[in-house]
Design a protein around this ligand. Structure first.
Ligand SMILES: [Zn+2]
Length: 144
């Protein structure tokens, strides 16, 4: 895969493999769109859009690299937020009595709460997109 050419999903098993629908149990789930993610030109994993051709159910999965990469970032944000948000709130309310806080401190407080809520929410989305792989397993070719 070239950094400058058009990326192709042709050699990607996830994009070409038929899966079994977790809802209607038909071997009819195909991948209809692949998103190639890049950060500063460095591959940041892939997102796959799947659809069942029988019941129309749609879901999203992510590549292992995207799971590891985003999982690391989401964990970092979650831990940072969950530790610092309560601490900064305590400091703001009981030490500075809210009045003494400047703009930067309010910003830090708001950012840490955003991390405390957004980090776990992000992890949940990653877990859900990974769970879809097991909920909709690769279709088994009958051995006869
Ligand atoms: Zn289905």
């Amino acid at each position: 895969m070239s950094l400058f050419g058009q990326p192709s999903a042709a050699g990607d098993p996830r994009a070409t493999t038929l899966r079994r629908c977790g809802k209607c149990k038909a071997d009819a789930v195909t991948c209809y769109h692949v998103t190639f993610h890049y950060v500063n030109g460095i591959p940041a994993g892939r997102t796959y859009e799947h659809r069942c051709r029988r019941c129309g159910r749609q879901f999203t999965t992510i590549s292992l690299w995207r799971l590891l990469r985003d999982g690391f970032a989401a964990s970092l944000i979650a831990v940072l937020g969950l530790f610092l948000a309560p601490w900064l709130t305590y400091e703001g309310v009981f030490v500075n009595r809210l009045m003494g806080m400047d703009g930067g401190e309010w910003f830090a407080l708001a950012l840490m709460w955003a991390f405390a809520i957004g980090g776990p929410a992000w992890l949940f989305v990653l877990a859900l997109r990974t769970y879809r792989l097991f909920e909709n397993p690769i279709a088994q070719v009958p051995s006869r």
